[in-house]
Write a new protein. Structure first.
Ligand SMILES: [Zn+2]
Ligand SMILES: [Zn+2]
Length: 273
């Protein structure tokens, strides 16, 4: 089992230390665990958007995060868990320069990119769902996937996280969305990124993996490689849904997933996942 997306208390909306995560991972038979804390927010977003300080670790804690994951890696080695140092970045255009400079400063194994904002709206924040009423869901989805593709093309990240997060609260367009999945999959392939199968969606109102089965099949058809992550925000969520993720990959036609070390991908056969 591998889990390439977990958070810690440092982002202020998750709980648990790296050490606690590693101990749970060892108990559950996770062979590779990658910490992917939310990268400190771009200063301009911090100034403008209320509540943003609760979305990511503070800037001055990034070195401590890196140090803690290193210590957890030593513990992991003694418990049979490979521990990797990753990060999840907000890939909206305004945040990219800030992200690039922080990425350069630390030896990350894996960089996840996410779209959590449409303009200044944190559309995945359960406290901000009233804003959905102002949108035509078809237009919202078009906009979301366009932003996702644009972020992939920025070249900052290895993997696009929770690639259909826009479905989180089941605010789906009435008309079919298959063409959006196909176009997005093709563009992500061209951009050279992977996509994660993120099991957190199973625990959210949409109650399905990110990406869902139809989108995952399009990604496979387009030749986009995948990783697997729980997006755990507490130690007890490590590797949750990993079996469902592997089954979904099989059903979509995948025979392997990727692990990134030093930002270099390596394939793992589906039977070893
Ligand atoms: Zn989070
Ligand atoms: Zn995220």
């Amino acid at each position: 089992m591998i889990d390439l997306h977990v958070h810690t208390w440092r982002c202020r909306h998750a709980e648990g230390t790296p050490e606690e995560y590693v101990r749970v991972a060892a108990r559950r038979g996770v062979s590779t665990l990658c910490f992917t804390e939310h990268l400190p927010m771009a200063p301009s977003l911090m100034e403008r958007i209320p509540g943003v300080e609760g979305y990511a670790m503070p800037l001055d804690e990034l070195p401590a995060y890196v140090g803690e994951v290193r210590e957890a890696a030593a513990l992991g080695a003694s418990l049979g868990v490979e521990v990797l140092l990753g990060i999840e970045i907000d890939a909206v255009p305004e945040a990219r320069r800030h992200a690039a400079s922080l990425l350069e400063a630390h030896p990350f194994d894996l960089v996840l990119a996410s779209i959590h904002f449409i303009d200044d709206w944190a559309f995945d924040d359960p406290r901000k769902t009233a804003e959905y009423d102002r949108w035509d869901f078809g237009e919202l989805w078009e906009r979301y996937f366009a932003d996702l593709v644009d972020a992939a093309r920025s070249g900052l990240a290895d993997v696009m996280a929770h690639a259909d997060l826009v479905k989180k609260f089941c605010k789906r367009p009435e008309s079919p969305v298959g063409h959006m999945y196909a176009a997005t999959a093709g563009a992500l392939r061209e951009a050279g990124v992977a996509v994660e199968v993120n099991t957190a969606g199973l625990r959210k109102p949409c109650k399905e993996l990110y990406p869902g089965q139809e989108f995952l099949a399009e990604l496979h058809r387009a030749g986009v490689p995948v990783t697997i992550g729980s997006d755990a925000h507490a130690p007890d969520e490590v590797a949750l849904g990993a079996r469902e993720a592997v089954e979904a990959l099989r059903a979509a036609g995948y025979s392997s997933a990727l692990v990134f070390r030093g930002r270099v991908p390596e394939e793992v056969g589906i039977d070893e996942l």
